[in-house]
Write a protein that binds this ligand. Structure first.
Ligand code: ZN
Length: 683
């Protein structure tokens, strides 16, 4: 499983309880996170802030695993649709060689279309699944193709250019052909109606279901993931699997991947990691799903290595039947912050519990913080590139999860990039009035956001206890809002604590104010940008933020702690007393914990219904209008860093350098040249 694509959700507004991130690095101030923006897509850049905390050996290991990640790129194109590679290569040939007017609207439209194809690994929208259509004309396309040397085109053997056009043009331009990559409409044959390439063109849903049901045995308690790594086709009328393996389908790409996995082995950190790589290689060589399960088990067991990776046919979201897996890769290493956090938790979890403003009868006598794993990615590949998840939880096999556990991580440098990119898109200028807070948020926004999330996760949810006899579910529909409110308040109450400076999570005693301001601004105003006009607040995290913000606004009124005031016709949040704001957070925390511990349903209902559901329609409309004119793209993806071996005079590798200069088209064209492995047609 992967969680939460940041689609549709501006990062600055969205730190759900699953998000986590990284501390501020002093060298990130001038890093440009925003690369470019076209159609409904924003391209961002991420940093690998702790790269230099790795040993040269670890860096070389990552280098090899990165190469293995990039060599699988063509696979996902072919899995998404059988024509994707041919279309990508045709467009790239035009992009590289077109001698006509490159400033013309038609050429520009072709460039945007190509960029969208790169983003989606094919001709269908990565999120909406629908085919997007070119804005340029068929006439322009044929003219541009005809102006190229035929050797540059992905023609089939002996294929004429007319036959090529007859095949490719409808795939690109006809809205009804291959209209949706994955079609889940239960009234249709979901296999026939889906444009992906996991099944032969003449295979029906019924046939596929029967084929795989026949393989399953109800008495098998450790079943393999039948069908995971193959295309199901008909040969002479008989259903058969074309397995993804060396010597089978996608052999050319898998051969390269295995080569780089073999290279990686010499740098393995532990015997267990070495074993993981060995079993994965064996799986790619045989395509045997029992070997895949063995690999998954060994992978789960490898908890010691700092470097880790996913490389394989993993997630089945791309198949309407959820059987076939798309190829993806992520290479990562443990974030050093994770260790700092567990140290602080180990030494202080009880102290935080004992010193919270909650009534002592609701406190845990022995609190154990929850350890939280964060990683930094070094490369995104296959189905994880350029659009990427912010967290991964693998393996997917249920019995392996039950018997051997799973690894669940959040990707700190990706969430950090989302957050920092938002600072550069005009959002702060539009919604923050005072320069003081604007500066605080620029410097400490990401740092305190991530710290708040850590405290929320590791201490907030772990704190407090129910009184004996109180039903866990006593708060019913209000339960999750109250629980999130509790965890958020615990974090808000402790973020100004001196321990945050002492352990080096923050480096300025005013830094916490960035989180206070952002939290209040979000809860009172800016999260409304994500709600349709006329609708109430529904989602538990959004409700909990509104609850806290509006309760504090009301209860601080007498002392004018917080206010919403108009300046030049626009509403802004003003915080007039940060100290009192903390006291109010503490008061509300005590009350929320009482509600939770005693199961006071009526009080929970009253708080949520009073502060967290209804929105002020006038403010809502204003916020939406101001947000919309910022023109922030709803979907985002990333370019990867570039890694380069540094050698001494004798040719020995002495370091691996990371750089962040490569542009989006530049990177895609380079990948297409250096990592292109598969034929244009794999049928
Ligand atoms: Zn939570």
């Amino acid at each position: 499983m992967k969680y939460a694509f940041m689609a549709l959700i501006p990062a600055l507004l969205c730190l759900s309880c699953k998000n986590n991130g990284n501390s501020l690095r002093s060298d990130t101030e001038n890093f440009n996170y925003n690369v470019e923006h076209f159609a409904d897509l924003g391209i961002l850049r991420y940093q690998v802030p702790d790269w230099d905390s790795l040993s040269v050996n670890q860096k070389q290991l990552i280098y090899c695993l990165n190469e293995a990640a990039l060599y699988g790129r063509d696979i996902i194109y072919d899995q998404n649709n059988r024509y994707n590679l041919a279309i990508r290569r045709t467009l790239e040939a035009i992009y590289d060689n077109y001698r006509g007017d490159r400033d013309s609207k038609e050429f520009q439209d072709l460039t945007v279309y190509l960029k969208r194809v790169w983003f989606s690994n094919g001709i269908h929208h990565h999120y909406g699944e629908e085919k997007f259509l070119p804005a340029f004309s068929k006439g322009f396309f044929t003219e541009a193709v005809c102006s190229l040397d035929a050797s540059l085109l992905p023609l089939r053997k002996g294929e004429t250019i007319d036959a090529f056009f007859a095949e490719i043009i409808p795939v690109m331009f006809d809205p009804d052909l291959y209209a949706k990559k994955v079609n889940q409409d239960s009234r249709l044959d979901v296999i026939v109606a889906s444009a992906n390439n996991y099944y032969g063109e003449d295979v029906t849903q019924k046939e596929a279901e029967n084929f795989y049901n026949a393989l399953k045995s109800p008495s098998d308690t450790t079943p393999v993931s039948y069908g995971l790594n193959s295309r199901l086709v008909k040969k002479d009328g008989v259903l058969t699997e074309e397995t993804y393996k060396i010597g089978g389908l996608y052999s050319e790409a898998l051969t390269k991947i295995v080569y780089w996995l073999q290279q990686a082995k010499q740098f393995a950190e532990t015997a267990q990691q070495n074993k993981v790589i060995d079993v994965l290689i064996e799986y790619y060589q045989t395509g045997d799903l029992h070997t895949f399960d063995q690999y998954a088990i060994e992978w789960v067991k490898d908890t010691e290595s700092r470097v880790d990776f996913v490389n394989g046919f993993t997630e089945s979201y791309g198949d309407a039947l959820g059987i076939k897996a798309s190829w993806e890769s992520i290479v990562n290493f443990k974030d050093p912050r994770a260790e700092k956090l567990s140290k602080m938790l180990g030494e202080n979890a009880q102290w935080f519990e004992d010193h919270s403003p909650v009534d002592s009868i609701f406190k845990k006598k022995q609190v154990k913080g929850i350890t939280f794993k964060t990683i930094e990615v070094s490369i995104l590949g296959g189905d994880c590139y350029p659009a990427t998840p912010i967290g991964i939880n693998l393996p997917n096999s249920n019995w392996i999860r039950k018997d051997f556990g799973s690894k669940s991580v959040t990707i700190s440098n990706i969430t950090e990039a989302y957050d920092k990119a938002a600072a550069g898109n005009g959002f702060l200028d539009e919604f923050v009035c005072c320069d003081y807070e604007k500066e605080l948020m620029k410097h400490f926004g990401a740092q305190t956001d991530n710290l708040h999330t850590d405290l929320h996760e590791c201490l907030g949810h772990a704190s407090g206890q129910l009184l004996p006899g109180v039903d866990q579910d006593a708060l019913k529909v209000y339960g999750s809002t109250i629980e999130e409110t509790r965890a958020d308040l615990f974090g808000l109450y402790y973020i100004p604590d001196a321990k945050m400076l002492e352990y080096g999570f923050l480096n300025d005693s005013n830094a916490y104010k960035a989180q206070y301001y952002k939290y209040m601004m979000n809860g009172l105003m800016t999260q409304l940008s994500r709600i349709e006009l006329g609708k109430d607040i529904e989602e538990a995290h959004m409700r909990n933020r509104a609850l806290i913000a509006y309760w504090v606004l009301e209860h601080g009124q007498a002392d004018n702690v917080v206010e919403i005031r108009k300046e030049n016709g626009k509403s802004y949040v003003f915080i007039n007393d940060y100290g009192k704001l903390r006291t109010l957070f503490g008061q509300l925390l005590a009350e929320i914990q009482r509600i939770k511990s005693t199961g006071d349903f009526r009080a929970a209902q009253k708080l949520v219904e009073t502060y967290a559901v209804k929105v002020n329609p006038e403010l809502h409309k204003e916020i939406k209008e101001r947000y919309d004119q910022l023109n922030i793209p709803p979907y985002r993806g990333f370019v990867n860093p570039v890694y380069e071996l540094v050698k001494d005079k004798k040719g020995n590798v002495i370091d691996v350098k990371v750089s962040y200069k490569e542009g989006y088209a530049e990177q895609m064209m380079r990948y297409s040249k250096e990592y292109s492995t598969l034929p244009s047609y794999n049928d």
